[in-house]
Ligand binder design. Structure first.
Ligand SMILES: Cc1ncc(COP(=O)(O)O)c(C=O)c1O
Length: 380
């Protein structure tokens, strides 16, 4: 059996202690035990999202929370602007089509993030837009959008801002209330370092007004049903008790470590990885790089699937490839959750070896030296 270290941008490595927590005997959820756990989870989720609003937990992957938000926050009579700058942004547009939501797409170059000026221009061109949807960290391209700046311009125009924070929340700065975001979404298999299976949505009072003004379009992902159950820290349908147990464990750890230090450590891992890529003669793909995941552009014609297979099968490091138009052109390494400088140095070492084995000459140690220097600089 070979050791496998997950560097994919979800799922990520799960701490052993969280796995043990989730291995404990099954308990029933219609109990004071579950409600007490859910109460503490809710408080900790508020800390995670930096909000005093309602934080809902769904049994499903991140898309379940996306679906709940869009189905609840865009009832008939409203129009959404969907910023499309990657595969996950495209999913929001698909959600709009699925639910028959009036929307317009704003297509940005892949690798770039949305800026306030993009939103202002689109809203000025269409007075019906009253809802803006952006992906904070577009995992497929590793681009960062300026959510704080966008929140300001959407607020000024009285529009709601719905944000996909699936690879942002718990990894990079997210300040829902300070910034004035109306809905933030995440999932369990990213910075929360749990197995896949839970989706989360934090909903602002302004967003609730919108939800309450319209007709619900979904049963399982109905925000109102989750809010009602949350009044008694219950769940409308059978919750994923095991995962929620793991969640409590990791959220306590996040609080203890502190978000500020998690954000700063994640940024250091990203900086070191970017420096390593450059030192190996490669390029970082995104223009507006995010710190939760790094995409490294491979030389033209390089056998990307073979590179990933070599890294995984020979050196024990799983990384992700590209999606859509980036398929075969990039590899992506995660900096989220249960990962540190020494894990990251290992991944860089594996990349150096695999590149050499496949005929792309890299000076052994060049990437590691650059990354070590970045770690040394950040510790100084
Ligand atoms: C930014 C972003 N949005 C949405 C999703 C979809 O989440 P899930 O696969 O958990 O449904 C992902 C998953 O990688 C993501 O990274």
């Amino acid at each position: 059996m070979k050791k496998e270290r997950l560097f994919t941008p979800g799922p990520v490595m799960v701490p052993d202690e969280a796995l043990l927590e989730m291995a404990r005997p099954m308990k029933h959820h219609r109990t004071a035990w579950y409600r007490d756990m859910h109460r503490e989870v809710h408080e900790l989720l508020q800390y995670l999202f930096q909000t005093s609003s309602t934080c809902l937990t769904f049994t499903g992957s991140g898309t379940s929370a996306m679906e709940a938000v869009i189905a609840g926050c865009c009832p008939a009579g409203h129009k959404a602007l969907v910023v499309r700058n990657g595969k996950f942004a495209e999913r929001w547009a698909k959600e709009c089509v699925t639910f028959g939501i009036d929307h317009t797409n704003l297509d940005l170059e892949w690798g770039t993030g949305a800026k306030p000026a993009d939103i202002v221009k689109a809203m000025d061109a269409d007075a019906k837009i009253d809802t803006v949807i952006v992906v904070h960290s577009e995992t497929s391209t590793t681009a960062l959008s300026d959510v704080a700046g966008i929140a300001k311009v959407t607020r000024d125009r009285g529009a709601l801002l719905l944000v996909d924070g699936i690879t942002a929340v718990g990894a990079i700065p997210v300040k829902m209330d300070d910034w004035g975001v109306d809905a933030y979404v995440t999932g369990s298999q990213k910075a929360l370092m749990l197995p896949p299976g839970l989706g989360f949505a934090a909903i602002s009072p302004r967003a609730w007004e919108r939800v309450d003004s319209g007709k619900t379009q979904t049963l399982y992902c109905d925000l109102k049903a989750y809010r009602k159950s949350l009044e008694s820290f219950d769940a409308p349908y059978t919750p994923a008790v095991t995962l929620v147990r793991g969640l409590l464990y990791v959220l306590r750890g996040v609080k203890e470590r502190g978000l500020e230090s998690i954000w700063s450590e994640t940024a250091t891992l990203a900086r070191a990885t970017r420096a390593a890529a450059v030192a190996m003669g490669l390029r970082v793909y995104a223009k507006d790089t995010v710190d939760s995941v790094t995409a490294i552009l491979l030389p033209d014609g390089f056998d990307e699937p073979k590179l990933r297979a070599t890294m995984r099968d020979r050196h024990g490091f799983s990384v992700a490839g590209g999606q859509g138009e980036l398929k075969g052109r990039i590899i992506r390494l995660s900096h989220m959750g249960y990962v540190d400088a020494f894990d990251t140095l290992g991944a860089i070492a594996a990349l150096e070896l695999a590149l050499n084995e496949l005929g792309y000459a890299v000076t052994i140690g060049a990437g590691i030296t650059a990354a070590q220097q970045a770690f040394a600089d950040s510790a100084a």
